[in-house]
Design a protein around this ligand. Structure first.
Ligand code: OAA
Ligand code: MG
Length: 227
């Protein structure tokens, strides 16, 4: 029988400056810049406010209710990585908490994104370990079933491959394929510059309907003004 479970030790990662530029841009800007793709849905909520992080994904595919493979993943993480944990079927169990975060932080991992649940949320906040999770649950889990580390996984309808750039902030989580990271950073910066110019126009009192040329569209759509 073929071995269906694997821990891949070495993965390609994006350049640090590209990651920093994507972090600077933030989730919504990056999502727009790559053609409104990569957003992992409204279900992934941050455990803290006003935090923005970006880093290469180390991916985990776990059996639901089982954190064995998270422990196995710690060893292959490098400083600056983001751990992405998924389960092979839906689970809200608290498979990650402050002990695992302590272990990851010792290796320089900057945060966790999980399609399952976390616990010890106050301690995670206190220690400054950044978490985006589908649920918060005290429900404990076991360390019993095999899974994989650094294989492509599905997170909120988005495929995350090892080394893809995960950007996360108050708006949620967006995933940029590794091969697109450089271009995405460039496009995101262009978008930031464009938005800065638009902000000045709007601040001066010019209306969006004029700035974006929307009066003709409103008329085309049959929208009439009345007093
Ligand atoms: O130990 C566990 O199963 C999860 C947890 O609470 C921790 O990592 O602190
Ligand atoms: Mg705990």
């Amino acid at each position: 029988m073929p071995n269906r479970h694997v821990v891949v030790r070495n993965i390609d990662r994006p350049a640090a400056d590209v990651v920093a530029r994507l972090a600077e841009a933030g989730v919504s800007t990056v999502h727009e810049a790559i053609g409104r793709r990569g957003f992992a849905g409204t279900g992934l909520r941050p455990n803290q406010r006003n935090v923005r992080m970006a880093g290469p994904a180390v991916t985990v595919s776990s059996h639901p209710g089982d954190n064995l493979m998270i422990h196995a993943a710690v060893e292959v993480c490098r400083p600056g990585d983001v751990l992405v944990v998924t389960t092979t079927s839906p689970s809200t169990d608290g498979m990650f908490g402050e002990l695992l975060a302590t272990s990851l932080a010792a290796r320089g991992v900057i945060g966790l994104v999980t399609g399952a649940g976390v616990r010890d949320t106050a301690e995670l906040r206190d220690m400054g370990f950044h978490v985006w999770a589908r649920s918060v649950s005290a429900q404990g889990t076991v360390k019993a079933s095999p899974g994989s580390v650094n294989v492509p996984v599905a997170l909120g309808g988005v495929t995350v491959s090892p080394g893809d750039v995960v950007v996360a902030d108050d708006d949620g989580v967006v995933v940029v394929p590794l091969a697109e990271a450089d271009e995405a950073a460039e496009l995101a910066e262009k978008r930031l510059a464009k938005e800065a110019a638009t902000r000045e126009v709007l601040r001066s009192g010019t209306l969006g309907v004029d700035h974006y040329g929307l009066r003709a569209r409103l008329a085309d759509l049959g929208v009439v003004y009345q007093d």
